[in-house]
Ligand binder design. Structure first.
Ligand code: HSE
Length: 298
């Protein structure tokens, strides 16, 4: 018995929602095949596309799968094959796709004994392995789809947020690798009250904009004055890409997860394409190699 699943790439933070907000992409992701085996263990047999560890304890899908297996009364185990299309260290939830995909597929094969919230909890163990912190802002949208808000970590409370029908993401990935664990180390651990006021104003505005399909409000709310000024230093020509994307019609633009990918949100596919063209031109002009995707938010 086996199942093949699509494991979506995700954009975490979405500017104003550091560690709490994320969204899933419709057309960028890995493919994973999971099958039942009689032994009570997880085996990763094949990874195409990337050089990643096959040892269960060193692989995020293995660790997430073990977390599920421990809580399950199923006496067998699983074998996993991954067609890894999301590059690790690109900032679009590569580890989350593998963690979430594995537990999603296993749950399907077992007849869905676990809730989505429980699947997020298992997948977070994979995130812990990848970035030292069990953050849920990539795995939650990978499992629920669309936008999700992590209202609270303890206890874990995930709120699915509706996605306006014409929302598209453009994601450009300059070909450098940034480890989430490294780009978390450079952050300050405190913020001022004034920064808090800006950030929760924008986060509330973004959520309201998503509920009301108010694209203008979404655009006004896509700001981050806390993390972006620090992390953007690691990303080639971030300010230029952002300014040009906004000029090309993006609602907003920011760092995808912990970078180096940069995302922009647009209303409608034609705007997303114009934004993509502007981003490409910016990097071509200064000689930064990249790859780029356009995807509906779904
Ligand atoms: N919220 C996490 C961070 C996401 O920004 O470090 C990592 O993909």
């Amino acid at each position: 018995e086996e199942i093949k699943v699509f494991c979506p790439a995700t954009i975490a933070n979405v500017s104003c929602g550091f560690d709490v907000l994320g969204l899933a992409l419709d057309s960028v992701g890995d493919e994973m095949t999971v099958r039942k085996i009689p032994e009570n263990s997880i085996r990763i047999t094949k990874i195409l596309g990337q050089d990643l560890p096959l040892e269960t304890e060193k692989n995020v899908s293995g660790v997430a799968g073990l977390a599920l297996l421990t809580k399950s009364d199923y006496e067998g185990g699983f074998e996993i094959e991954i067609d890894k299309r999301i590059k690790p260290g690109s900032g679009i939830g590569s580890s989350a796709a593998s963690s979430a995909g594995a537990v999603w597929a296993m749950n399907e094969l077992l007849g869905k004994p676990f809730s989505k919230l429980e699947l997020v909890q298992f997948a977070m163990q994979g995130e812990k392995l990848a970035s030292d912190v069990a953050h849920a802002d990539n795995v939650a949208p990978a499992i629920y789809g669309g936008f999700t808000l992590v209202r609270s970590y303890e206890p874990l409370d995930i709120i699915p947020i509706p996605t306006p029908s014409e929302l598209y993401a453009t994601v450009i990935h300059p070909q450098i690798e940034i480890k989430t664990s490294d780009s978390r180390k450079i952050l300050r651990t405190t913020i001022s009250l004034a920064q808090g006021i800006q950030q929760w104003g924008n986060l509330g505005g973004l959520i309201a904009g998503l509920y009301q399909s108010d694209y203008d409000l979404i655009g006004r709310s896509l700001h981050d004055y806390i993390v972006e000024p620090i992390r953007s230093i690691l990303i080639p020509a971030f300010d230029k890409i952002k300014a040009n994307a906004i000029e090309a019609g993006a609602l907003g633009c920011g760092i995808s997860g912990s970078g180096p990918s940069i995302f922009a949100l647009s209303k409608g596919e034609s705007n997303a394409k114009k934004v993509a063209a502007s981003m490409q031109e910016t990097y071509k002009n200064i000689g930064v190699p990249f790859d780029i995707h356009i995807s509906k938010v779904n």
